[in-house]
Design a protein around this ligand. Structure first.
Ligand code: NAD
Length: 363
């Protein structure tokens, strides 16, 4: 009887339901397969506006708790990204635990595809960090709920160039608001992470006359990109302390935190990474207090989502690029709202997204 009473106690903590990141999630699916070594988590945050679409990330997480937190934060971000961009999509995301350079196999991706298929279209997947169009082809052998397939296979291809274009548009809008001109000529931009998105962003920036400094975990990538685009490689020990006009986070999330803000001294933050603010409220306000203009990540990195959405609604790539260009005006609108209402740019963007979902929920 004593034990029974103990079980009856209401649960008050845990890594999923009671985590800050879980807020309002509809469904979380844990997927495991010993033969292929698959360990994946699919997070479905909100399907009010449509099926939950979001990429799959493969990363060597230090702990399961870290992987859960990441997938929950990412899937929630996708809901607001689709909402603010005016797409009829919900928010979802998946993470596969492992090193994408060592642990990934076609069989593992196919197994993952079976799990995606089991959700009958409530979740549609695509690429994210550590995943490429070939992997999506493998997933596609088991499910039709995939986007970002190679163009040769009738898909919209790698979404990263469109994402990079949207980030560039968002950065230009931020420059317009901060400096009165959207020219990036002569501005020192530090791009952290020069993967699929970061590299194309470096291309746009150097073409626009910006002075670009790059940093990545992979030395070979840094050397190649520096040579191709005439960028400087950062080799110091604290990238955030580097003097710069614009910081472009294009690696992983949460780089805007107490430690980085203690030394970060720039005018603008505008990059592709999801969930850049370690704590949305606290660090959003801290950034504002420092006089830094933050271009909300889930708004300016929506180009890739727009591109994969084109596979569902049959847009051409030109239409995707046109829609991605609208990020410029939406960003300007958000900067103005933030100034007028005395709220952070992140809050101003969130307000628009949440309102769209609320309106859609009304009977
Ligand atoms: P990617 O895997 O191609 O590139 C990420 C790069 O970041 C890698 O080269 C990696 O070595 C580097 N990196 C990781 N940690 C780092 C660190 N601490 N310092 C420096 N470099 C580091 O991924 P991607 O597709 O270019 O995506 C980059 C970011 O943009 C991710 O946060 C992703 O979620 C986000 N994003 C991507 C897209 C897209 O279309 N690919 C769309 C929206 C958002």
């Amino acid at each position: 009887m004593e034990n029974f009473k103990a079980v009856q106690k209401p649960i008050k903590e845990g890594p999923v339901f009671f985590s800050e990141a879980f807020k309002d999630h509809e469904q979380v699916v844990f997927c495991s397969d010993s033969e292929t070594g698959l360990k994946a988590i699919i997070g479905i945050h909100d399907t009010t506006l449509g099926p939950a679409l979001g990429g799959t990330r493969m990363w060597n997480y230090a702990s399961e708790r870290e992987a859960i937190r990441d997938v929950l934060r990412l899937s929630r971000g996708m809901t607001y990204k689709a909402a603010i961009t005016g797409l009829n999509l919900g928010g979802g995301k998946a993470v596969i635990i492992g090193d994408s350079r060592k642990d990934k196999s076609d069989a593992l991706m196919q197994k993952f595809g079976e799990y995606v298929n089991s959700l009958s279209g409530r979740y549609i997947t695509a690429e994210d960090v550590g995943i490429n169009p070939h992997d999506m082809e493998m997933v596609h052998t088991k499910t039709k709920h995939v986007t970002g397939l190679p163009e040769a296979k009738g898909g919209s291809g790698d979404p990263s160039p469109v994402t990079a274009y949207g980030v560039f548009m968002g950065m230009k809008a931020a420059a317009k608001f901060k400096y009165g001109s959207d020219s990036l000529e002569g501005k020192k931009v530090v791009v952290q992470g020069i993967g699929h998105v970061g590299e194309t962003l470096v291309k746009h920036l150097t073409e626009a006359g910006a002075l670009v400094t790059i940093h990545d975990l992979h030395e070979d990538t840094m050397e190649r990109v520096a040579l191709t685009y005439n960028a400087q490689v950062y080799r110091g020990t604290n990238l955030y302390a580097e003097p710069m006009d614009i910081y472009a986070p294009c690696a992983l999330g949460a780089t805007i935190n107490d430690e980085s803000l203690a030394v970060l001294n720039c005018d603008i933050i505008a990059g592709a990474a999801n969930n850049q603010l370690a704590n949305e409220a606290q660090h959003g306000e801290a950034v504002q207090r420092k006089g830094i203009l933050y271009a909300p990540d889930f708004l300016i990195n929506a180009g890739g989502l727009i591109n994969v959405y084109s596979e569902i609604v049959n847009y051409t790539r030109d239409e995707s690029l046109r829609k991605t260009e609208e990020i410029y005006n939406t960003a300007l609108e958000i900067f103005k709202t933030s100034e007028i209402e005395g709220i952070t740019t992140h809050q101003a963007a969130l307000k628009i997204a949440v309102q769209r979902i609320k309106t859609a929920k009304k009977p």
